[in-house]
Write a protein that binds this ligand. Structure first.
Ligand SMILES: C[S@@+](CC[C@H](N)C(=O)[O-])C[C@H]1O[C@@H](n2cnc3c(N)ncnc32)[C@H](O)[C@@H]1O
Length: 314
């Protein structure tokens, strides 16, 4: 019986695309509680191997328990996924037969108030998925960034139209006293919303600001870009890459990356002759991103915003 678990999103689609086979070597770059990895291991009858990475030490400990039956087949490391190469080399794997990223945070992280991701439960304004990267906590952004940087973070990463008002409210509040907890910040954001908008809003007014600060604190887009830049050469011919994202900016990064990798030429459109010597490395398997079924969404509301894109190494 697994310990604390996380319902893996779009599991059937992930298994069908990755098609785990005995002897295969797979990278799960966002191990979380090992939900996807457990099913990958079951699908290859326990005869494939998984390198599982996560920034969050606690998630790794729980995943190790959830995957205990397959302990000879798993290699779990606390690290950011864009640093996967070092760990693949350490294992002396010649390449990968598949790679999976299921971005964002797990239900465990959201539920643990001391991690500071939640605006419902009070906790320190931390938001780091793990501390090994040496990133400063979200409170550092909230206290040290300029008005224009805060506005940009909240507008771009949170897609929050109220970003200027919220950034101004944060600056004014921090001039009076420090903002140390999630509920303090949530209240500041709530009050920065014009009252009619606050009443009309389906979600808590702090939802988008918290998302933006979490993404900036953990440098989530930077990590994704760096991972994508380096993954193709490690995938063996026929190996598949699956990325599940929950944010339009992440999905755009994946889409543009796959388009580039799937073209034989990436010269500017008006170039008379090709001079880029780019090679096609991937075949796109999902022209449009796959989304969760209605049945899954009603069972697991977290899957509502999931977008899955996949490609195969040529
Ligand atoms: C949505 S959860 C993954 C859930 C997992 N697929 C499962 O079924 O249990 C995302 C996980 O990725 C981790 N994570 C997010 N960004 C990361 C990064 N850049 N490097 C490593 N881990 C990351 C988070 O700490 C979190 O545990």
């Amino acid at each position: 019986m697994p310990y604390y678990t996380h319902q893996p999103v779009m599991l059937d689609e992930v298994l069908e695309i990755l098609g785990p086979v005995p002897g295969g070597r797979y990278l799960d770059g966002t191990l979380g509680l090992g939900g996807h990895s457990l099913e990958i291991l079951k699908a290859c009858a326990g005869h494939c191997s998984i390198l599982g990475l996560d920034m969050d030490r606690e998630a790794l400990e729980l995943a190790a328990k959830n995957l205990g039956e397959y302990q000879d087949r798993i290699h779990l490391v606390q690290d950011a996924f864009h640093r996967f190469e070092e760990h693949v080399r350490e294992l002396q794997w010649p390449g990968l037969d598949g790679a999976l990223l299921d971005l964002g945070m797990s239900s465990l992280q959201l539920d643990k108030k001391e991690k500071g991701f939640s605006f419902i439960h009070d906790g320190p304004l931390d938001m780091r998925m793990g501390q090994a990267q040496g990133f400063p906590p979200a409170s550092s952004l909230v206290h040290n960034e300029s008005f224009s940087r805060l506005k940009k973070i909240i507008y771009e990463l949170g897609e929050e139209p109220m970003a200027p008002r919220i950034a101004r409210a944060i600056i004014q509040a921090r001039e009076k006293e420090s903002i140390d907890t999630t509920l303090e910040l949530a209240r500041i954001v709530e009050l920065a919303y014009p009252a009619p908008r606050r009443r009309a809003s389906r979600n808590h007014p702090a939802t988008k600001t918290f998302q933006a600060l979490r993404m900036a604190t953990n440098k989530e887009l930077e990590s994704l870009r760096e991972f994508l830049e380096n993954i193709a050469p490690w995938l063996r011919p026929g190996a598949r890459l699956v990325v599940i994202s929950y944010h339009s900016l992440e999905d755009r990064i994946v889409k543009q990356y796959l388009r580039r990798q799937a073209s034989a030429c990436i010269c500017p459109p008006r170039s008379p002759v090709c001079s880029c010597s780019h090679k096609k490395t991937m075949l796109i398997l999902t022209k449009k991103p796959l989304t969760a079924s209605q049945e899954e969404i009603s069972r697991n509301p977290r899957s509502r915003s999931a977008k899955l894109r996949a490609a195969q190494r040529v």
